[in-house]
Design a protein around this ligand. Structure first.
Ligand SMILES: C[S@@+](CC[C@H](N)C(=O)[O-])C[C@H]1O[C@@H](n2cnc3c(N)ncnc32)[C@H](O)[C@@H]1O
Length: 358
């Protein structure tokens, strides 16, 4: 029994819970959120009168009787099951910050599937916890799972986008903030956040009740965590790190106020499934803002993306690594997925576009 398994114990039957708790007592070297001082608790669903283990003054284990119920009230969460979209039940300290989420266990009452933090992020992929099955995504998704690419991303890779017209992190952040004004104070999800260059800014802006930095890449999320520590962003900032697939967003329908997707749609396996998901989880009035590379005018001519579009189904994507789109295609995607008030800003092959849930 390792400490990670023990953290899902809040959902075990009472007899097993007690067993787990006493088993855990012997392994207090449980993982802690690196550098935060946050250890996984062994509480979760402790009933009055039960015996509970706590760390003693010198790291030893003490037993004490728990007089009151601790965190025993299941709460409905903003997070939902990626299998059935039922809101997850959380056991653990409340709050949308890294230590609270790290210490919590989440469970779908419908599928019975449990989710806990892996390293520094909460894994809400469908494959979370699977032991045998693994799945490979297209190269444009897998590329960013590499430790090297994750490390280099904010150390030069992203800055290269400026050559194509991307205004750069600070200006793109301001532009996005302008679009998000109508939903200030709400929950923002930075999907495909990468190393969290925008998530961290959204979180420290104080403009949102919570910011969820979400990516499929474990290493990007680890990198994001390292930056949070280096920048000494307070650990109790309302910022969560979540691993999830854009095509299967772990949120209930109509639960999110703002979604940002910086430089990501060209990396997604199915942009239409992704935008449909974004549209599903946005609240009425919720705002979606994204940036990407347009298929550029330099592509014009007989071999341009436009010219080859009729052949796409035969020859496959024109650019096999990424999917670049025309503005017409992006607008069509948003409208087809039920978003309204489409607007955009273009600078060379950079585009920031936005749509709203009616
Ligand atoms: C070019 S980076 C963008 C990072 C950041 N948002 C930015 O503005 O620079 C693209 C990100 O999309 C993520 N991504 C690719 N496929 C994904 C998927 N299926 N679900 C979620 N994220 C995905 C990658 O892991 C990567 O971090």
């Amino acid at each position: 029994m390792d400490a990670v398994e023990s953290s899902s114990s809040p959902y075990s039957p009472p007899s097993l819970r007690h067993k787990l708790r006493t088993t855990v007592c012997g392994c207090f070297g449980s993982p802690s959120l690196p550098g935060s001082g946050a250890e996984r608790p062994h509480t979760g669903s402790v009933r009055a009168g039960q015996v509970e283990a706590t760390r003693g003054g010198h790291g030893g284990v003490q037993f004490q009787e728990i007089k009151t119920e601790l965190n025993d009230t299941p709460k409905t969460e903003v997070f939902a099951c990626p299998v059935c979209y039922e809101p997850l039940i959380r056991k653990g300290p409340p709050g949308m910050n890294l230590p609270a989420i790290y210490r919590s266990g989440f469970k779908c009452s419908k599928c019975n599937k449990s989710f806990t933090s892996k390293d520094v992020f909460l894994d809400l992929t469908v494959t979370s916890g699977m032991k045998e099955y693994s799945e490979l995504k297209p190269a444009r998704t897998e590329l960013f799972r590499s430790p090297l690419v994750s490390f280099l991303y904010e150390r030069g890779w992203r800055q290269n986008f400026n050559r194509s017209g991307f205004p750069g992190r600070d200006e793109e952040f301001q532009m996005a903030q302008d679009y998000f004004k109508p939903v200030a104070g709400g929950i923002l999800v930075d999907v495909s956040c990468g190393s969290g260059l925008f998530s961290r800014k959204f979180a420290s802006s104080g403009a949102y009740s919570a910011v969820i930095a979400l990516d499929f890449s474990e290493n990007m999320l680890r990198q994001c965590y390292d930056y949070i520590r280096q920048e000494e962003t307070p650990m109790n900032t309302n910022l969560a790190l979540v691993r999830a697939d854009i095509s299967r967003l772990p949120f209930a329908s109509c639960s999110i106020d703002a979604i940002h997707a910086g430089a990501a749609i060209h990396c997604w396996p199915s942009p239409s499934n992704a935008i449909a998901e974004i549209s599903r989880v946005l609240k009425p009035g919720g705002v979606f803002v994204a940036t990407t590379f347009l298929s550029t005018p330099t592509n014009s001519g007989p071999f341009s993306i436009d010219a080859l579009r009729p052949l796409r189904q035969i020859v496959g994507p024109v650019n096999s690594s990424y999917n670049f789109f025309t503005e017409g295609e992006l607008k069509d995607l948003c409208i087809s997925c039920g978003l309204v008030n489409y607007s955009s800003k273009v600078q060379r092959s950079f585009i920031m576009f936005s749509g709203q849930k009616p």
